[in-house]
Design a protein around this ligand. Sequence first.
Ligand code: F6P
Length: 220
Amino acid sequence: PRPILLTRHGESLDNVRGQIGGDSSLSEAGLLYSRKLASFIEKRLASERTASVSVPFVTCNLERNIFIELFVRYLIQIWTSTLQRSILTAHPIIGFPKIQWRALDEINAGICDGMTYDEVKKSKPEEYESRGKDKLRYRYPRGESYLDVIQRLETVIIELERQRAPVVVISHQAVLRALYAYLADRPLEELPNIEIPLHTIIEIQMGVAGVQEKRYKLMD
Ligand code: F6P
């Protein structure tokens, strides 16, 4: 079985300020994580790299497009969102193709984007309360709900399942809750509160025996 590695971006400046959403860059700690992540991936996937590139050569006599598609499927890939903090976290990783997905962008907090939870509670108490009551279905005005996020991840999941080589997904808290819940087969109602800490890699292996999970905490 091939591993799928999930991680949030390194700590961002918005994380430090406690602001949700936004498109800030990384804090010093976040930058340090990006370097630790790169060396972790280099070591963890070194053996998988030789295994995965040797397979497609068997398919040389196939039509060119099919060959390319198959070849790409056997390459270890780094998937990020289109947001700075995710792209910057992938930056020190070299030697693997990187793909940016808008579908991996963080949940859109609409009118609450850029606020802290305290600010939302004070200035929009009805919104705060509705979200608290049903976090899964609550949709931020002019933004998204967890159910919306799950829906937009469908294409990502299809591609993830077609891939034959390991994939490293560098994304965001809400999006990774949804991806993780799908991969680890966790119930929908639990999904919005699943622990996806910063600076931790969740490795998932899907084999015949079921799903196996390992967590690597690279720093606090
Ligand atoms: O706080 C970081 C963050 O990624 C925000 O950008 C996002 O709104 C939030 O987490 C999602 O988590 P929750 O659904 O628990 O608010």
